[in-house]
Design a protein around this ligand. Sequence first.
Ligand code: NDP
Length: 405
Amino acid sequence: MKSTLIIGAGGVGRVVTHKCAQLPETFGKITLASRTKSKCDCIAAEIDYPIDTVAIDADDVAATVALLNQIKPDILINVALPYQDLTLMEACLEAGVDYLDTANYEPKDDPRFSYEYQWPYHHRFVDAGLTALLGSGFDPGVTNVFCAYAQKHFFDEIHTVDIIDANAGDHGLPFATNFNPEINIREITAKGRYWQEGEWKETEPLEIHQAFDFPHPEVGTKDIYLLYHEEMESLCKNLNGVTRLRFWMTFSKNYINHLTVLQNVGMTSIEPVDFQGQQIAPLEFLKSVLPDPASLGPLTKGKTCIGCVIDGVKDGKRLQKYIYNVCDHQEAYAETQSQAISYTTGVPAMIGAKMILDGHWKKPGVNNMEQNDPDPFMEALNQYGLPWEVVDGAPFLEQLQKHNP
Ligand code: NDP
């Protein structure tokens, strides 16, 4: 029987555990480990399938190796935080276990997340005959696979990709982030960046924005903001001939107002300040007073819509495609007790792990999603809760021409 170890009992860990438990023939014995064991127990109690639970500090390589040697899993699904990526990769190499994560490494004291920390592990994973699959969430993750699918089936050459991430859900609270607030706020308050003609162009945080009319009527027209996002780092290397890559995310005016005030008063800083003799990073303190993203599940109504508008050439003719998924917050909650942000990350993490365990994506080395055959993954998205659509991308690219550098 196969054995699966999931590390991280947050919003995404909850979805991964629910979804893996739905496929016992693939995942076999499931262990959920995290820093706080009671959170693992709480998730295990929701599921009608035996889940072993363990406390682990994933920053501690020796402790993680000991756990891996005891459980002997076929795969480690890392849905803790990006800070744990390197220690968990080290532990997997030492114990001989395949590895998967959903976000690239970021040093805790330096908000510059990048694959540059994880790609150098490639030869060590090749030599060990082990697979490390990076970024198997939605974005990064499914968006990379959408690009690989477009490259395989629709285009001879891809020229531009606009990745657009809409959360049209409403939780009714004045301000809350949909996933880990620290990671989320660090991402949004950073400078924007896009790839253009072989180099990165930088913008001020949230400087470029516009209205965008989404293909689903319940999502409608939303303001989208240009951000740097990690999938562009691998796509600019792996999509042949791509000349422009941009990433956009929706934010409401209310969200931006709250964030602006928090930023103006210094609450989003990661620089520790002295408070009554204690060193406290304002952003970490802010996290502790904001709603726990896991608590948003029962409150959130509405849909997400995430996908790629792709422009390129097929048989000498210019062509555009828009590939996207629409996910409903309440349906996600009914199935996994998590809202759609955790659901759209946890389902692809489960599918990525299934691709490795089934052998489709068992490929020694450190791989990004688009370096694998997209077809079995795309089929699994339809099967396991994230169905996708492909429509003519021309009217959507036209909307995006407003900021056509
Ligand atoms: P949460 O903050 O809800 O959960 C993180 C979990 O990791 C918590 O249970 C936490 O434990 C645990 N953890 C933190 N540090 C350690 C440690 N040292 N050892 C063991 N466990 C630890 O985050 P999410 O579930 O929202 O996100 C999980 C991951 O998914 C993140 O890396 C995030 O960046 C990524 N993500 C990816 C997306 C994508 O589309 N690719 C989208 C959204 C998220 P404790 O509760 O004790 O603090």
